[in-house]
Design a protein around this ligand. Structure first.
Ligand code: AMP
Length: 499
């Protein structure tokens, strides 16, 4: 029996809400990953959308989506954002955090008319900064979805596509802009966008933005914003850098954390399969066939590795596409669409390319390589088990990667079951090889793949230096490039840092 069924539910005295055990929470399809902590939060979990202070237009949009109860992050974030103060929110991927900030943001904006004079360009009132193109596009889609009964306008700007259409949208004027940092600065440089009247700033997946070396760009963006504004900072994990950013950015923020720091979603079954280095592709194909997996997201450490896995799966008759920074935006969009539609079973992605992808009920994530940055593990496996669905995360570990597993276990504060699949026993005489030097935070990562600063690179005419160099940069230069001064440098990336 579910633990929820055994425990009498005390009604939250402070609300008028009548608990209906048939409808909530048993009837809802969402909070299963949170059962572990539901006892602590049940009063909030049971709060219906109607009690959160949202307008009828937003409640209709939520109902149109088929949401029955707000997720815990929504229950806490929505009233906090509506109150107008700053917010520091720790939320894992897939917890519904986007609606947690988009809904109250839409409400706040729509409750005041846009302060623009007749004939003048609409001022930009809300800015959402995200680390990747995919996330920017996805968040903007949420803005449209939840705002469909309102009259606010929005657009997304990110790299990898031409500046032209984005420029005309921006010059026309929008209320809400979702942007990746590099491309936003390119538009700002060309005076396509004026950030001086932004009322609400959201930094989404802030930890990832810092990991990708976006801090200098973020600082530049902050300097262009008005002093008086509401700041919302969302992060799945909390590092010292995030805390430092929060200290600088936020004014007496309300702090919300819906899951223990750096923990992984409870609903995800995690396993590690020990295997020889050169048997990984055979094991992957076997797992897919044996379990009859229909939708699997596979992560590799490098772009080259992703292409190799795709070739090997295709050779085995398994439909697979690659998703990484060497692919054009068009190719990436198509790969994701094919994968979501189910016309290919497997998408093989590098970390940054896959960031922010939301695929309903994605059942399986495979780490073909264990990530050498432990936070990436949390993000990778967060692609499954989203919004209450069960998920499975399997990691293929060879003799080279034991230290990575230790780092991951330390971060998530749990031990992951390690198993050998019969027929794929690792060679006991295999000698460990160095994968490559552990990268430092913000060092030589991110934008080389083209999802980050490459976002702003593309068709940029801003000429902010360094784009055309063919010299391999020193690690320090690499960091500088990654931090926003130049186009992705894939020659450097192909050394193995090509995430
Ligand atoms: P997010 O963490 O914002 O990327 O959301 C993850 C997924 O949860 C998305 O597919 C949302 O559509 C879905 N979702 C968000 N809020 C709810 C809710 N209250 N009930 C059910 N699903 C939700």
């Amino acid at each position: 029996m579910h633990p929820a069924a055994l425990v009498p539910v005390p009604l939250p005295l402070s609300t008028q809400f009548r608990f209906d055990p048939v409808v909530l929470p048993f009837g809802c399809d969402w909070p299963s990953p949170l059962w572990g902590e539901w006892l602590n939060t049940h009063a909030k979990v049971f709060m219906p959308f109607t009690k959160l202070g949202l307008s009828g237009a937003l409640l209709r949009a939520v109902a149109d989506q088929g949401y029955t109860v707000p997720t815990p992050i929504q229950t806490q974030a929505i009233p906090a954002v509506l109150a107008g103060g700053d917010l520091l929110a720790g939320a894992q991927t897939g917890t519904g955090k986007t609606a947690g900030f988009v809904l109250p943001m839409l409400q706040r904006l729509s409750s005041k008319p846009s302060p623009h004079a007749n004939g003048a360009r609409k001022p930009l009132r809300a800015l959402i900064v995200t680390p990747t193109r995919e996330l920017a596009a996805q968040v903007e889609m949420s803005v449209r979805t939840y705002g469909k009964h309102l009259h606010l306008t929005s657009t997304a700007v990110f790299g990898g596509v031409g500046l032209g259409p984005q420029t005309s949208q921006l010059r026309h004027g929008v209320d809400i802009l979702v942007a990746t940092p590099g491309r936003l600065l390119d538009h700002q440089h060309q005076r396509n966008v004026d950030l001086s009247r932004v009322e609400i700033l959201v930094l989404d997946e802030a930890d990832r933005m810092l990991d990708m070396g976006f801090l200098p760009d973020i600082k530049r963006i902050l300097a262009l914003l008005p002093k008086e504004r509401q700041n919302l900072l969302f992060s799945a994990t909390f590092s010292d850098e995030i805390k430092a950013l929060a200290d600088k950015l936020l004014d007496r923020p309300q702090t919300i954390e819906v899951a223990p720091r750096n923990s992984t979603v409870d609903a995800i079954a995690q396993r590690v399969h020990l295997v020889s280095r050169d048997q990984k592709s055979r094991l992957l194909a076997w797992l897919i066939r044996h379990h009859d997996w229909r939708q699997v997201l596979v992560f590799t450490r490098t772009k080259h590795g992703a292409d190799k896995v795709v070739r090997s799966l295709n050779a085995d008759g398994i439909g697979a596409v690659a998703m990484h920074g060497n692919k054009s935006q068009g190719q990436r969009t198509k790969a994701l669409a094919d994968f979501k539609r189910g016309s290919v079973e497997v998408m093989v992605a590098t970390d940054i390319a896959a960031r922010g992808i939301d695929i309903d009920e994605l059942p399986h994530v495979v780490n073909y390589d264990l990530p050498n940055v432990p936070h990436d593990y949390v993000h990778r496996i967060g692609r499954t088990g989203r919004a209450g669905a069960d998920g499975e995360a399997i990691s293929l570990m060879c003799v080279d990667e034991h230290a990575f597993l230790r780092d991951i276990e330390r971060l998530i504060k749990r031990t992951i079951r390690v198993e050998v699949v019969p027929g794929f026993e690792p060679d006991p005489n295999e000698i460990p090889q160095k994968v490559f030097a552990q990268r430092g935070r913000g060092q030589g990562q991110g934008q080389r793949q083209g999802t980050g600063r490459g976002n702003g690179g593309g068709q940029s005419k801003s000429g902010r230096g360094g784009n055309g160099s063919t010299k391999r940069p020193s690690p320090k230069q690499g960091q500088k490039r990654g931090n926003g001064y130049g186009r992705s440098n894939d020659r450097f990336a192909s050394r193995g840092f090509d995430r």
